[in-house]
Design a protein around this ligand. Structure first.
Ligand code: G3H
Length: 530
């Protein structure tokens, strides 16, 4: 297979480099004159393969990390800061201003998504649009939460005005596969609930934040959003060791999450919102509609080259249908078009991690040594920035591809004779995010569903695993997540119930009445936000 070089359409050509020479701290886009790092794409711009340089980013050090942390701490200002004490309606206004500004940057961000992480054009556009929708939906959900708390309750002679308040300083770290969307599904709810944030963009997928820096700066009070660039370890270590982080918000892997968590001197004070790795299985029962199962498994295993935490990473097929499934599936995999992200119909695209093809090759070699075969003709064909997905069968438990989260284009197929086999493996697994279950007999499905919901957090019936729609809970058991994200749940995860209570007597009631009439408190309010 040849490198899929084609002439790059003018609108997607890299004709100037993006030198990100500032970072956002204390409301200021501060100029950086120190060390920088090149940002490159594994996509070639020339016929002769060569990675493409896209620009540079600052390599900030410990001093700048602590500067950003101080900026966020001052914005919280022991609970007295403008942002945490602001009226809900005013915080919403800041967010609305931000999203309006953000929308004007769609083209720039989409182009960088394609170059930096190799996501195809429709999916890059979807990532941007889905993020904008997420912000609007978050605003609506927050309004609803606020309306529901715009009242007083009374129990045992005590009045209570209960709301959700911010938690404090949030350190936010996102993943490279959804460097905009998943990062913002942490950042946006954290901010709107009144928390100041220190945000370090992902290692890959970093320049695409640049077009949004000014929007952040203009839309929020100083110190509320701080954006730093550099190596995760250099920046996040001193920030965590300071003990001043109240919430660690991370979508990535459990190894990083555990390491960061361990650095906080007061573990009990650290709250966490984590979306971590997974090894979601598909289970194909004897009576499954195989065409449908193949179609869903193609999308499930190989959308964005399998680089999704929700991707199907192992397929269990009942022995009675495994031959037929493999034939149909392997054929369909070979029909997937590989190309650069802007090429029409490109379903498979260059891998942004330079070492990934080599890693996938290792998994294939290991599986072959232990008895698996590559079922599809193109499986394992490599170019400089890609390895064509190999469908591996029969996969057994001693193979690396069975145990490791491949996060890339290789599909292990396991055959089973007794449903207890996949159920046992899932119970033994370190992960517990989702499963796809293919079949139709309700008497077979029912007990399975009743068990699977206790092993994972979403059972997808005759459909591939996915995070969306974003209003549904996105979470996992074991090493797959900590806390729940959805438009509504994220607002809860980044806040805490806090309230004003007063004994029911004439003295207190007169004060409460005056507080409400004069609207002097931003917290005590029964206003209904439209
Ligand atoms: O990387 C994990 C993402 O949450 C997957 O989201 O299912 O919408 O692709 P998705």
């Amino acid at each position: 297979m040849k490198t899929a070089f084609q002439d790059i359409p003018d609108e997607y050509k890299i004709d100037s480099l993006l030198h990100q020479s500032t970072y956002l701290v204390n409301g200021e886009l501060k100029h950086w004159e120190g060390e920088t790092a090149e940002v490159y794409s594994t996509i070639s711009s020339t016929k002769e393969y060569k990675t493409t340089v896209l620009g540079t980013i600052p390599q900030l050090g410990e001093a700048e990390a602590l500067e950003a942390l101080d900026s966020a701490t001052s914005a919280y200002n022991k609970g007295q800061g403008l942002w945490p004490t602001m009226k809900v309606i005013d915080r919403i206004a800041c967010m609305e201003k931000f999203v309006e500004e953000m929308k004007t940057k769609r083209e720039e961000v989409v182009k960088l998504l394609m170059w930096e992480i190799g996501k195809n054009l429709p999916d890059s556009q979807k990532e941007f649009d889905r993020t904008v929708d997420y912000i609007y939906d978050t605003i609506e959900a927050y309004k609803q939460i606020d309306r529901d708390s715009a009242k007083f309750e009374k129990s045992s002679g005590v009045y209570a005005h209960i709301r959700r308040g911010p938690l404090g300083v949030v350190l936010c770290l996102g993943p490279y596969n959804y460097p905009l969307n998943e990062t913002f599904t942490l950042l946006i709810p954290a901010l709107i609930m009144g928390n100041p944030v220190v945000f370090k963009p992902a290692k890959i997928g970093v320049l695409l934040i640049s077009p949004l820096l000014e929007a952040f700066q203009k839309s929020f009070p100083k110190g509320v959003v701080n954006i730093v660039y550099g190596r995760g370890r250099v920046l996040a270590t001193p920030i965590m060791q300071s003990g001043k982080v109240d919430v660690l918000a991370l979508i990535g892997n459990s190894k990083s999450a555990n390491a960061l968590q361990a650095q906080h001197p007061k573990g009990n004070r650290l709250r966490m919102v984590l979306g971590l790795e997974a090894k979601n299985p598909a289970i194909i029962l004897p009576d499954a509609d195989l065409d449908l199962a193949v179609e869903e498994c193609i999308a499930g295993t190989l959308s964005f080259n399998g680089q999704r935490c929700t991707a199907l990473k192992v397929i269990y097929v009942h022995e009675s249908v495994v031959e037929e499934f493999n034939r149909l599936f392997a054929f369909k995999v070979d029909q997937l078009k590989f190309g650069n992200p802007w090429e029409a119909g490109a379903k498979l695209t260059p891998l942004p991690e330079i070492e990934k093809p080599g890693y996938i090759q290792e998994l294939i070699d290991d599986a072959k040594e232990k008895g698996a075969k590559i079922l599809n003709k193109k499986g394992g064909e490599t170019t400089e920035n890609f390895i064509f997905p190999a469908v591996l069968y029969p996969v057994t438990k001693d193979m690396r591809v069975f145990k490791e989260e491949q996060f890339g284009p290789v599909v292990p197929v396991v055959s089973f004779s007794d449903i207890e086999e996949p159920l046992h493996d899932m119970a033994e697994s370190n992960y517990g995010q989702q499963v796809s279950l293919f079949g139709q007999n309700v008497h077979t499905l029912s007990p399975l569903i009743d068990t699977l919901v206790n092993l994972v957090c979403r059972v997808n019936l005759n459909s591939s695993c996915q995070r969306g729609p974003d209003v549904y809970p996105f979470t996992g058991r074991k090493d797959s997540a900590y806390g729940t994200l959805s438009v509504h749940d994220a607002l809860r995860s980044f806040s805490i119930r806090t309230f004003v209570a007063s004994k029911d007597n004439a003295y207190n009631n007169a004060i409460l009445k005056e507080l409400l009439e004069k609207k002097t408190s931003n917290f005590i309010s029964t206003d209904y936000i439209l």
